[in-house]
Design a protein around this ligand. Sequence first.
Ligand SMILES: [Zn+2]
Length: 476
Amino acid sequence: MNNLQVVIDAGHGGTDPGAVSSSGVREKDLTLQIAQYMYQKFQEAGIPVTLIRPSDETLSPTERVQRILNAYGNNPNVVVISNHINAAGSGIQGAEGAEVIYALRNNDTLAKNVLQALENSGQVVRKYFQRRLPSDTSKDYYFIHRNTGRTEPIIVEYGFIDNPTDLAKIQNNYKNYVDAVVNAVITTKRGGTVTPSVPGSTSGNTYTVKSGDSLWSIANKYNTTVNELKSLNNLTSNNLSVGQVLKVPGSSGSTGGTVIPTDNTYTVKSGDSLWSIANKFNTTVNELMKLNNLSNSNLSVGQVLKIKEGSSSGSGSSNNTGANTYTVKSGDSLWSIANKFNTTVNNLKSLNNLTSDNLSIGQVLKISGSSTNAPAETTENVYTVKAGDSLWSIANKYGTDINTIKSLNNLSSNTLMIGQTLKVPSSEASGNTYTVKSGDSLWSIANKYGTNVNTLKNLNGLSSNTLTIGQTLKLP
Ligand SMILES: [Zn+2]
């Protein structure tokens, strides 16, 4: 890995909000969210990483540069990622997409790969480029390039805050975008390149129907329901044709569009590393090693690994609303699962052809052949602390903050123990409310919670069927 060390900058902060959308979203808050998640991802990859603005703090350019250079010294192995959201300003309309800006002293490889990765993750991309100071064209325009010694800095602009489409995409998909950037940095520093993804079966939030597919099999693959797929795609029948492109529920969590095989295993291919596999399946190297009893990180091509599905990550992950399947978590038993889904141990065993009561974490169980009323798993709000967790990483995972978790659990300190059980806010249905996500309609939400559009409208005093992303709805 050439001793890669990473410094993450969250653009702006404190008294400097950066760009602000017409709806009041501030760049400094988005960049902080992005930077914190990015920090977590590099940590999981085992790469030395420093986040130079971990909170909403005012930093002068001088202070910012100082922190960058203090992190790992002034050396070319240090990649500095300065995260920003663009703004086109008044008079310019419709600017859209990501940009990467690199320093005059560096070649374009890293910037090019990062931009390509962003494109592969579904974001519109514009260009990667250098920018010179007009008064002295031998120098970089931006201080983050100009004053950061021999480090390799890139500015990543994820999109335009003053373009509502871009803003919604960033808010919903930032984890995918960050995953892409992290992957590209690591790949580049290993001497690899990021190539355009082949337009194929899963790109962005669409799925191309293949021979043998049914709505049911696709719904199952994306942890959704046939009804939801039909409503997303305005389908009136269950017929599909090969090559048909379907919208699938946003993988705005961190699965990056990757689908966990239903048998929950993955066969190692050439070029894979534990890290790339962990990343692909929204888990961590440590979890994979534990799950597969690996004592080192060596893999061989063809080796079959058990994959653990990521514990419900941020909002938008559809992992846990499994209508017809349930992924076994630590502490589960057939009895507790049967109880949760109003069925019996015997039913579960026969449905899943189980001969014993043993379960393994990550195992996917069918719940009921035709079930619709399985309660959303997100109503169970317990998280078991794992190695490497912090209150911060857990809060981040559940879209909450440290104080909320501490007060939920009456914690007086920030110290956690491995195996400790914490109450956490449910990620999707918290209490009896639901937060509207991209692609939702009143109908799909009513369907998901076993109610109907009119009930939802009455409950929420809605006079029209229009929803806005981020809107909170009361549920019956
Ligand atoms: Zn900015």
